[in-house]
Write a protein that binds this ligand. Structure first.
Ligand code: PLP
Length: 400
């Protein structure tokens, strides 16, 4: 034995996390497809799910999953370039390309794999990646893995972005942003960013993880809503599509290059055919009138939530279905989240390093399945729980 049981090589690091109120434990969840969830044996209305359109429990999607597993087996058995490129993979990619109006599309096992692989393939030595300061960890890690120079612009700050784009001496410049930001729910000004990219000759990559299925015509995303066509359009299938995986849509050459060089695509077992078939079934619903109805209901629920949180005339509205309630202090955020759960509302506390230090928050996410009663209850439970925190201690208003 190299160390005693109470003194491991990691003890001090874990202690430090506990002291800083940043220690994490996975809650024990009994998944209940729909608006409710059982967390640590407590049943609550779920305001922490990315299942924005309620598709994770859709019977047609579950059936597509079963059909594919029956036909192709549980696993894909190999990487895409060896023996794992099954019929469902090809069908999903061709559907995505048609839906997004691009020459081609490529499916990944997850959004994390997609971002890490795309960025490290497309940018290398002599290149510049320009990244929003609040971009997701998978984008940050993709930047780190690439051998490119990485420069960060202040969140959504167009003049900050342009001042970086004015710099010369790089072989290729690539701007990367989320469309709807995962932890803040705000939207990138994609039209303006696209204009700057054209003006300064930079490529644009947009991560539509939280807008896929939810925004734009047929749920194509925020770029489509803004009338913008980035060269690299990435989106995920584990959120509004209720399944798992991710895609990039763009030119044939982009997909060919990634197929040949992207390490997170090449050196991993292909996503199981069942999940790929299920994702295709989800996208078929997303583009259908049922998808339109679910998007409209999500929009309506978002408005209702803002109204419930800001009653009276002149109540605030918000940019998206992701609503951060900023508290600031990590310990208090956890306490407020626990108090909400006690009263039947699950809104997970988000702390550093997922969000910048001192900006801990509850992240409320709306679903099309929420009822008016759920929303009213959430607002009143939140108000009650927030009374534990002095207003002066909060770093922001209840809503953005
Ligand atoms: N990009 C953004 C903006 C995200 O919020 C997430 C969330 O997890 C990802 C990428 C990663 O996607 P996945 O969960 O499919 O790995």
């Amino acid at each position: 034995m190299k160390y005693s049981t109470d003194e491991t090589p990691w003890t001090a690091e874990l202690e430090e996390l506990r002291r800083a109120e940043l220690y994490r434990v996975m809650p024990s969840v009994k998944q209940m497809p729909g608006r409710t969830i059982a967390v640590n044996e407590k049943i609550a209305i779920n305001f922490s799910s990315n299942n924005y359109l309620g598709l994770a429990g859709h019977p047609d999607i579950a059936q597509a999953f079963v059909d594919c597993v029956t036909r192709y087996g549980a696993g894909s058995t190999a990487s895409r370039l060896i023996a794992g490129n099954t019929e469902p993979h090809r069908a999903l990619e061709s559907f995505i390309a048609g839906w997004k109006g691009t020459e081609a599309a490529l499916v990944f096992g997850s959004g994390y794999q997609a971002n890490v692989g795309i960025l490290s393939t497309l940018a290398g030595e002599g290149d510049l990646i320009v990244s929003d300061e609040l971009n997701h960890a998978s984008i940050i890690d993709g930047c780190r893995l690439s051998k490119a120079r990485v420069m960060i612009y202040p969140h959504l700050d167009l003049s900050g972005l342009e001042s970086i784009l004015r710099l010369s001496g790089f072989r290729r410049r690539l701007v990367v942003t989320e469309s709807i930001f995962s932890m803040d729910g705000d939207c990138a000004p994609l039209k303006e960013i696209d204009y700057l990219c054209r003006r300064w000759g930079a490529l644009l990559m947009v991560d539509e993880a939280h807008a896929t299925g939810v925004r734009g015509p047929q749920g194509q995303g925020l770029a489509a809503e803004h009338g913008v066509t980035p060269e690299i359009q990435m989106g995920t299938l584990g959120k509004a599509a209720g399944t798992s995986g991710a895609y990039v849509a763009g030119s044939r050459a982009l997909v060919d290059l990634l197929t040949n060089k992207c390490r997170s695509l090449i050196y991993t077992t292909a996503a199981p055919p069942g999940i790929v078939g299920a994702a295709l079934a989800a996208l078929k619903i997303i583009v259908s009138p049922e998808g339109d109805r679910r998007r409209a209901q999500l929009k309506e629920n978002t408005l209702k939530f803002y109204r419930a949180m800001n009653p009276g005339p002149g109540g605030l509205s918000g940019p998206s279905h992701i609503v951060p309630v900023r508290i600031g202090d990590s310990r208090k955020t956890v306490r407020v989240s626990e108090a909400c759960l006690e009263q039947g509302i699950f809104a997970h506390g988000i702390r550093f390093p997922t969000v910048p230090e001192g900006t801990a928050r509850l992240r409320f996410t709306l679903m099309s399945d929420h009822t008016e009663e759920d929303i009213i209850m959430a607002a009143s439970v939140l108000e009650n729980a927030m009374s534990m925190v002095e207003p002066t201690e909060r770093t922001g208003k209840i809503c953005l």
